[in-house]
Design a protein around this ligand. Structure first.
Ligand code: URP
Ligand code: ZN
Ligand code: ZN
Length: 452
């Protein structure tokens, strides 16, 4: 048998095994995993790790927030993702008040489809004006949006009764609800007190969004989910206080899951004290917390009380961040990491001994696929999409705005050096990045219909 492409001699790492093997690809699919396979084309991966393509289930590309739009569009964002070894992302749809969910989904797909370099899915957002549209959810699920985003903060915030209604509707189609859990009333009160007292610098941003109240919001929505009888996934867990609530729920046997992000694993809140715009750049919500929280988050990943590392990639331009320095609560919130995630979790997780190789792959590739209904992705197995990364554990990478392919032109990881970086990224059997070169065309990525 001659395969279209064979990746030879690599160390194949999945969520459950590490083996020396060749991978045979026919068309877009993995066709064989074995020894001495031969192909029309062969790539020698000796000395390299071969992993599933990484999956980032939480990104905001060209997302409007207030007066601003996040800087990476579906082209630059998926390009940066591909360079970092990510082969699938999940972004968001939001409806206008007078728009149906299916119309909003079609509009978002029309924006993404011509630009995407990698495959993508979309979460449907259920905001306050969507509570009247919950009867549309079966149609949305059938159209391939199997997960639904609920906010407990910002203008899209749902009150507890609305959370109950939304969770029930998502449960009825057996979808996955995902939630931004913070206590918005307390945050608003603390911001008002700070601003009235002239405490307007970014230093006050994390101090307006206490970890204790992130945990309280998580506990509240977990209890509502328990009452409804639905599973639930908690976005961007930043602290031990939230981990504790997820862990307690899991101990009770509940299907509750959580993710954290590189900004919480690698950075700490001293960044908010940097002068000028530098202190505004790390503004995101939940905020980056004190350094001690990092250890708890790594432990939670190792103990599988958190299942996933995603990014919440949502950067804004430097001048946009700077334009609201007079009041930290008005700074557009969001930070980038779509390109560094897979390499950073390898270096800081596996190399530092916090995670095994298999846990790294589980958190960045396999569990995101399983939890979000990406049935052909996230694993190296016959019949799966040939989304693969040839990861060179000896390849050094120093982060600068220039070494990245993100559009923002700034990064919170500037100057960090990582040992271990993707050399080659394949999406459905096509080599899309090799040795720092982009080999793919915008629009080749596909919308992936997801289901459980
Ligand atoms: O500050 C953040 N995280 N911005 C993106 C939107 C969200 O809350 O996930
Ligand atoms: Zn959020
Ligand atoms: Zn987000």
């Amino acid at each position: 048998m001659t395969y279209d492409l064979v990746i030879k001699n690599g160390t194949v790492v999945t969520a459950v095994s590490t083996t020396k093997a060749d991978i045979g690809i026919i068309g877009e699919k993995i066709a064989a995993i074995g020894q001495d396979l031969s192909g029309k084309r062969e790539i020698d991966a000796a000395g390299k790790l071969v992993t599933p393509g990484a999956i980032d289930v939480h990104v905001h590309l060209e997302m409007p927030i207030g007066d601003f739009i996040s800087t990476d569009d579906f082209y630059t964002g998926t390009r940066a993702a591909a360079f970092g070894g990510t082969t699938t992302i999940i972004d968001f749809v939001e409806t206008a008040p007078d728009e149906t969910m299916l119309a909003a989904l079609a509009a978002r797909r029309a924006k993404a489809d011509p630009k995407v370099l990698i495959d993508y899915g979309l979460h449907m957002t259920i905001g306050p004006t969507d509570i009247a549209k919950l009867d549309q959810i079966p149609g949305v699920y059938a159209a391939g949006c199997a997960s639904f985003k609920l906010y407990m903060a910002y203008g899209l915030r749902l009150h507890d009764g609305e959370l109950l209604q939304a969770l029930t509707a998502v449960c009825d189609v057996d979808g996955m609800p995902v939630v931004h859990a913070e206590n918005w009333d307390v945050i608003c009160a603390l911001i008002a007190q700070n601003v009235a007292g002239g405490r307007v610098e970014p230093h006050w941003h994390p101090r307006s969004r206490p970890a204790l109240l992130e945990g309280e919001a998580a506990a509240r929505v977990i209890d509502i989910a328990d009452y409804v009888g639905t599973r639930l996934y908690i976005f961007h867990v930043s602290c031990q206080e939230t981990v504790a609530q997820i862990a307690a729920a899991r101990l009770r046997g509940l299907p509750i899951y959580g993710e954290t992000c590189p900004q919480y694993l690698l950075l700490d809140w001293s960044l908010y004290d940097l002068p000028g715009v530098a202190g505004a750049l790390p503004v995101c919500s939940p905020p980056i917390r004190e350094q001690a929280q990092q250890t708890y988050l790594w432990q939670a990943l190792a103990q599988e009380n958190l299942q996933v590392v995603s990014t919440d990639h949502c950067p804004f331009a430097l001048d946009e961040k700077a334009s609201r320095l007079g009041n930290y609560s008005q700074i557009p919130g969001g930070v980038p990491s779509i390109e560094i995630r897979f390499g950073a979790v390898y270096q800081r997780g596996v190399q530092n001994g916090a995670l095994t190789l298999n846990q790294w792959v589980a958190a960045c590739c396999t569990r995101p696929a399983q939890l979000f209904g990406l049935q052909q992705k996230g694993d190296i197995a016959v019949g799966f999409d040939a989304d693969l990364v040839i990861f060179d554990p000896e390849r050094p990478f120093t982060v600068t705005p220039e070494s990245l392919h993100e559009a923002a032109g700034w990064t919170l990881y500037e100057g960090m050096s990582f040992l271990g970086w993707p050399q080659t990224t394949l999406s459905r059997g096509e080599i899309i990045v090799h040795d720092g070169e982009l080999l793919a065309q915008p629009g080749r990525g596909r919308f992936v219909k997801r289901a459980f």
